[in-house]
Design a binder for this molecule. Sequence first.
Ligand SMILES: NC(=O)NC(NC(N)=O)C(=O)[O-]
Ligand SMILES: [Mn+2]
Ligand SMILES: [Mn+2]
Length: 522
Amino acid sequence: MFVITSHRPLSRTRSDCEPVLVERSDVTLMAVVSGKSSLFHSVPAKNASVPSLSIALILLLVAEGLEAESVDDGRNQLFAGILRDEAVERINQLAKISDADGYLERTFLSPASVKAAQLIIEWMRDAGLRTWVDQMGNVHGRSEALNTTAETLLIGSHADTVVDAGKFDGSLGIICAISALKVLKTNGKLHKLSRPVEVIAFSDEEGVRFQSTFLGSAAIAGQLPASALRTSDKNGATIQDVLKENSFEGSDASLLQVKYDPESVWGYIEVHIEQGPVLESLGSPLGIVKGIAGQTRLKVKVSGSQGHAGTVPMLMRQDSMVAAAELIVNLESLCKYPDRALTYKEQCGSYKKESFSGLVCTVGEISSWPGASNVIPGQVNFTVDIRAMDDDDRGAIVSEFSRQVYQICDNRMVNCTIEHKHTAEAVHCDSELSQQLKQAAHSTVKKMSRKIQDEVPVLMSGAGHDAMAMSHLTKVGMLFVRCRGGVSHSPDEYVSDNDVWAAGLALLHFLGQHVSGDYMSS
Ligand SMILES: NC(=O)NC(NC(N)=O)C(=O)[O-]
Ligand SMILES: [Mn+2]
Ligand SMILES: [Mn+2]
């Protein structure tokens, strides 16, 4: 019995194989073959001579229909040190910077977000980029080009997180971009770029603290109204307060300074985890985003009659908690079975049931006052997140839900208000950018696994991204990276080291299309 652990790409034989790497110098090799874990054998490698191991490996691989690759050291051409090992280390480092003990949370300009920004600035400088922080807390790293007046290619993602977050959502896109540019610097090609390239780590995409999202990217895209500065969080602190606390001006004028001139920007691309199960089910490490679902965020406030849990008869109650519960269950039913509730001929023209692609709704937060077990709540507030690939679908659902809210609250003699916190229209990614990303992804997967027949998947995104805001400034493209089980917004979020590597390599190949000469060697 022997263990074969490997560090170099073997030919990928089945779509669900992770490409594994075989290192000649490492006499212990492992052939990981999909669905055949019985292939794992273990023996202390030190007892085995290399020839017998290589023969064993070839026999093993041939037996499994894997063609043993000529093991040339392609590792250096694939920059695993920077694009995988260092990138993974940085993802883990960033994940340790949190406002909370025991789980990951970084919200707009929180102490942890300020600390994370400092680390990102260090990494950007290490990649040879000129860095600065703008008046909305976005961190910028820029490389000039041969032609300094050419329009800039922007690459970004967000540095903030949800509560109890995973370590890849947002961070992966920032770190891969910095790593790909570091490879160009290492190869002496950073200043051979045909256009300036700028990495942006956005200060707020998730909208956890102020409920309105894309604060950083919307400001750069000129989509953030000055009134947003007066938005307050649960404790009554406004965005303006938080900016000033962090030595930013927090004025309407300073917000305007953040806006980019559309004429100065060539395009925006973002690398992000898929946060869904499609790539994993297809056995593909990378995918291209065709479009991003539109989203609406609401805050519903239900006010009833606060009272004694033991003395108010059931039929005399105006119970805001039960009213909220009925609203939430009705919302779920509306989004599960929209055609039952909506007769589209009267309300919205000729809708067909299947037009509700990507329709989802979530109540993520609920709070009650006074929050004591023996008091009938006087006030219950909850959030609503509604998304759909089609903006008219989403609009129809939001208006039907609003109708139901007022009807149910009337029936229960409680007062309801609905506050619109955030709306972002669905976005279609630019075909030219998407094609370039697709080529980069295709050559990456081919290089890493040496065998690729299948197309790079193209898919829609139910998750929102800064690309939604940036689409108001310039054309956008997105590259998705496989994540285990599609899990995200959870500490179980996971991307394999090789997929982190694939993402960085794809970005490098994409940047290579904007570099004169051979970008892959010094
Ligand atoms: N990539 C994300 O997780 N984005 C999240 N944030 C926004 N703003 O959409 C979300 O909820 O989908
Ligand atoms: Mn997220
Ligand atoms: Mn995200």
